[in-house]
Design a protein around this ligand. Structure first.
Ligand code: C2E
Ligand code: CA
Ligand code: CA
Length: 516
């Protein structure tokens, strides 16, 4: 036994308090007595030992976990700054790089006054059609290759980013206008080599916008300016570089105003259709008319389709426009039929865009308008450009089949300007081609031209199709075509496109023999 005042008791108590306060390394001294109290002390020390081991293990585990969490966080941060497809920087990373470059911009340098952070915004030309025709895997491969080429065309210290879609950007921490222009031309050169994909090689140019930092500019400002400049490059034609100028902002504002006006015009019947006769060469009979859209703009007057159709395409308004044209033209035909101005042989030709062809809704629209008006399907002919059909994918062919199934006519427009192979032409569900007017331009002046026209006619017929010749401007051209055995033609010589009100007079003016 031990006495109540045994000093080891208080040592034991102090030791337990130390342990309890977290000092797991502390131990309580064992006396030489080796009695019961020492046994308790030894037991307490053993417990402390165990506790220390457990605690150390826990601590180690927590450390490992923390390290893992930290690494995961870094990885996430990296991913948040990276474009997953190309491994390039993404938009956030680009903005950050610009911010850093702007912050580090030294005071204006005497030697190089206009050197500052510069950004090049690069938008691929024609990527959409590659993507549509090659499928998304092919499209992705093009984007990855472009990313690699951009990376190798610039310095290590320049940041290359993909902003999304087919838009890339490069931040140069410090560059003069001339230096940036040199980099831009290096980029154009790097992109001019064809990109090899399985079974096909494609070329992808780029429109480039440049912005060089001004005092007190934000990264967002610079990016916006480069974007405005890039649009100016696009508008001027492909494969160009444009530097931002304040005047471009005004152009951009006018353009978005025009888009808004167009949206309203489509909705509120602000557009009109003109009609141009298609004439049977042998008899002079008007066999149909082509509907050509016009926009009577409240302030700007008449705007021609070559100007606003591309705008409608870009602004995503083309489907609405196509829908309006289709309904208006077929209803007009109904009105002419009701007025006994035309018979069942008469057709109205409607231009449709590649976008229309890709939308299944369009087939529904055609079906509906035929049903509503009771117009016979063969009296409606849809004109599609060669490019739209040839670049087409499976869906397009399906839509073409669907339209064909409704019984409407399908004609390839601008034939001879695209690149369709003959074998391809034979497989398409179309029944006519409209030969582009460039083919008959020199018909009455160039002695070799009639032979070419004859050859094209033969080729078209060999494919089981018939041809309409557009752009006939003189009596000689019409006569040569007729002599070569061409059946139908269209052009200023017969009539310019006219408002619907003038069509009855044109119909009435047909040769007597054509009226039967
Ligand atoms: P397109 O389908 O090739 O239409 C023929 C164009 O040639 C028309 O120009 C027409 O006015 C013009 N033209 C007709 N005869 C002659 C001629 O003898 N000589 C010359 N030099 N030109 C002639 P427009 O009306 O300005 O249309 C231009 C293009 O706009 C059309 O080319 C077509 O691609 C597109 N377009 C017109 N209307 C529509 C539409 O409703 N929807 C769609 N998606 N596109 C349309
Ligand atoms: Ca046409
Ligand atoms: Ca044409």
């Amino acid at each position: 036994m031990f006495a109540d005042d045994d000093p080891r008791l208080s040592q034991l108590l102090e030791g337990i308090v130390r342990l309890a306060s977290g000092d797991l390394t502390s131990r309580i001294e064992v006396s030489p007595a080796r009695d019961e109290l020492d046994a308790i002390i030894m037991g307490t020390n053993l417990l402390a030992e165990d506790l220390q081991i457990i605690y150390q293990e826990l601590e180690q585990r927590v450390q490992v976990r923390t390290q893992l969490l930290h690494e995961a966080h870094l990885e996430m941060q990296k991913m948040a700054m990276q474009d997953p497809l190309t491994g390039l920087a993404n938009r956030s990373a680009l903005i950050e790089a610009l911010r850093t470059a702007l912050a580090g911009q030294s005071a204006p340098d005497e030697a190089a006054p206009d050197e500052g952070p510069a950004i090049l915004l690069i938008d691929l030309d024609g990527f959409k059609s590659i993507n549509d025709s090659m499928g998304h895997t092919g499209g992705d491969q093009v984007l990855v290759t472009v990313g690699e080429r951009l990376r190798s065309a610039v310095r290590e210290s320049d940041v290359v980013a993909r902003l999304g879609g087919d838009e890339f950007a490069i931040v140069m921490p410090s560059a003069s206008v001339d230096q940036a222009a040199i980099v831009a031309s290096r980029i154009s050169a790097a992109l001019s080599d064809p990109i090899e994909l399985p079974g096909r090689s494609v070329r992808c140019g780029a429109s480039i916008g440049l912005s060089i930092a001004d005092d007190g500019q934000s990264p967002e400002d610079m990016l916006m300016q480069a974007d405005v400049a890039m649009y100016a490059s696009k508008a001027e034609g492909q494969n160009r570089l444009h530097r931002f100028e304040p005047g471009l902002l005004l152009m951009r504002r006018l353009r978005s105003q025009l888009v808004e006006d167009l949206r309203a015009a489509i909705k509120n019947d602000g557009l009109t259709l003109y009609y141009q006769p298609v004439v049977e060469l042998g008899s002079g009979r008007i066999e149909g008319v082509e509907a050509l859209v016009r926009w009577d703009h409240p302030n700007r007057g008449f705007i021609m389709p070559d100007e606003f159709i591309p705008l409608a395409e870009e602004a995503g308004l083309i489907s609405d426009l196509g829908h309006w044209v289709l309904r208006t033209a077929v209803k007009q035909l109904r009105a002419w039929i009701d007025a006994s101005l035309v018979d069942q042989r008469f057709s109205v030709r409607i231009n449709i865009s590649a976008t229309d062809l890709q939308s299944l809704q369009f087939i529904e629209d055609v079906r509906n308008v035929l049903q509503e008006t009771g117009v016979k399907p063969h009296q409606v002919v849809l004109e599609l450009t060669e490019v739209a059909i040839v670049r087409g994918n499976e869906l397009d062919r399906y839509s073409l089949g669907g339209l064909r199934g409704l019984g409407v006519g399908i004609e390839i427009d601008d034939f001879g300007t695209g690149y369709s192979s003959i074998s391809y032409l034979r497989r398409l569900p179309v029944d006519r081609v409209k030969v582009d007017r460039s083919l008959i331009a020199g018909l009455d002046t160039d002695p070799s031209q009639p032979a070419l026209v004859a050859a094209v006619l033969q080729l078209v017929r060999a494919c089981g199709l018939e041809a309409v010749w557009e752009g006939v401007e003189t009596a000689e051209q019409a006569e040569i075509l007729r002599g070569l055995g061409c059946l139908s033609a269209q052009g200023y010589y017969f009539s310019r496109p006219v408002p619907p009100g003038q069509i009855p007079a044109l119909l009435a003016g047909q040769p007597e023999s054509a009226n039967q």
